[in-house]
Design a protein around this ligand. Structure first.
Ligand code: C2O
Ligand code: CU
Ligand code: CU
Length: 459
């Protein structure tokens, strides 16, 4: 994306027909009519304003995922941009099976500004819709894009740059025969339609693999090193990424920044919303070699993600340094408070069973915790099934899984953790930057829309 003026970007959310499946047209809902939305390429310490105008006919809320953002600009699910002239039919809480608290709603007509201070290390962030009850269908239709934060520390490393630094948004989608996106319900919400919510209980999956909006693409690469920034922007699908020739993925970055040092991985699990930056060295292969990025958790068509086709040898002065960035490991003894959050399907009075946190359905006006700004807390997260658990504002380090050391891909600073079935994960989370109301939720977007969210207050 190009700024409209210094430090100021403007996006218009609008529908547009694009060709995703050859020979058909798909109506997407995109930032600037694009899917993925335009990439924001920003720098640490250079705050920006992003004006989002809504020309769709549904309300939206834009969240910068992984951003250290003031609460007012964080894309709270009931802090909405209601399209001018089209929003007359919109009434807060109308579709919701979550609690209805009118005081939690804030409506902007037509457009609004979001301010991002970007006082945080270089990282691969992303922005996406966060409207209460409708995040899943709205992201499914295309409301998501990258935000790359750069800084001097990252720039000074000899890692691949420019054309060899590539963000790759992975997501699965399903389509009707005419090319239209296929999402299971008409009004977008899976709640309240008997028979539907059960079927899509685990989240909505597609059968077409998209990378940056294109099905199973082939990327022509030089015979050189590449920095690939993977984002799992799928509603509910998990991936285990690997190269079909068994070459390693050199893991250099996690959700919210570079690791202390590179780590060679034979495969990489990525749950919804997680990011992983890796280096792949294509200089080892002859021109014309094709290498497939596979998904070891996918069957049939979903077992392949994309292909790389290696071109001619070129000059490449990049390298992978032994040390990346200094990393301060948080210690359990730093934690001033301990909390437990249980992510489970449980019955909520008056609503039957639903996805809950600590037995409660999301209450937009409520708050589960008061957290002191500038402190570290220890959170014990407990899951019944797979839940990618995400916190806003706070970044964390995974301390343990079921009492054992974290997994390879838990390394570094995270904002989302891939919870496995019946797992207990301890994290040390640090809250810096802003006071205000933020949230903790499952990033399986259907679980999120089915009330698996909670607010907390940073005070
Ligand atoms: Cu990417 Cu609250 O979400
Ligand atoms: Cu987020
Ligand atoms: Cu979940």
């Amino acid at each position: 994306a190009k700024p409209v003026k210094d430090g100021h970007y403007a996006f218009t959310q609008r529908p547009r027909k694009v060709e995703i499946i050859p020979g058909t047209k798909t109506e997407i809902w995109g930032y600037d009519g694009q899917f993925p939305g335009p990439t924001l390429d920003l720098r640490r310490g250079e705050p920006v304003t992003v004006t989002v105008a809504n020309k769709l006919d549904v309300p939206t809320s834009t969240h910068l995922h992984g951003g250290v953002t003031a609460a007012d600009s964080d894309g709270f699910p009931t802090d909405l941009v209601v399209p001018k002239g089209h929003g007359g039919h919109f009434k807060p809480g109308r579709h919701s099976h979550m609690k209805h608290d009118p005081s939690a709603w804030k409506l902007h007509t037509g457009q609004r500004d979001y301010g991002y201070s970007l006082d945080q290390p270089a990282a691969t962030l992303w922005y996406h819709d966060h409207r209460m009850d409708f995040t899943a269908p709205q992201v499914w239709r295309g409301l998501a894009g990258f935000c790359i934060v750069r800084d001097d520390v990252d720039d000074a490393l000899p890692l691949p740059k420019g054309e060899r630094d590539i963000p790759l948004m992975l997501c699965d989608r399903a389509f009707h025969a005419d090319g239209a996106f296929k999402y299971p319900s008409k009004d977008g919400t899976l709640m309240g339609e008997p028979g539907v919510s059960d079927e899509y209980h685990e989240g909505v999956l597609g059968d077409v693999m998209l990378v940056n909006g294109a099905p199973w693409p082939v990327l022509d690469v030089d015979a050189a090193r590449y920095r690939l920034r993977f984002l799992n922007a799928s509603n509910a699908r998990r991936y285990e990424l690997a190269l079909d020739n068994d070459a390693p993925l050199v893991h250099i970055g996690s959700d919210v920044g570079l690791l202390d040092k590179p780590r060679e991985l034979s495969s990489l699990v990525l749950a919804s919303a997680e990011r992983a930056e890796v280096i792949v060295d294509f200089s080892k292969y002859k021109p014309g070699t094709e290498i497939t990025l596979v998904n070891k958790l996918g069957a049939d068509d979903m077992a392949e993600v994309m292909r790389f086709r290696v071109g001619d040898k070129v000059d490449d002065d990049s390298s992978i340094p032994d040390e990346l960035v200094p990393f301060k490991a948080l210690k359990a003894s730093d934690a001033v408070t301990e909390r437990t959050f249980k992510f489970e399907y449980s019955s909520v009075s008056g609503h039957g069973s639903m996805w809950t946190i600590n037995g409660e359905a999301y209450d937009p006006g409520g708050s589960m915790a008061k957290i002191k700004l500038g402190t570290v807390e220890k959170w014990t997260l407990i899951s019944d099934v797979h839940h990618p658990v995400h916190a806003h504002l706070g970044h964390f380090q995974v301390l343990s899984r079921d009492g054992k050391p974290p997994r390879d891909t838990d390394a570094g600073w995270k904002d989302t953790v891939d919870m496995r079935p019946l797992e207990v994960v301890e994290v040390l989370i640090k809250f810096e930057g802003y006071k205000g109301r933020y949230m903790l939720h499952c990033h399986n977007l259907e679980h999120e829309d089915m009330a698996m969210m909670a607010n907390f207050d940073v005070v």
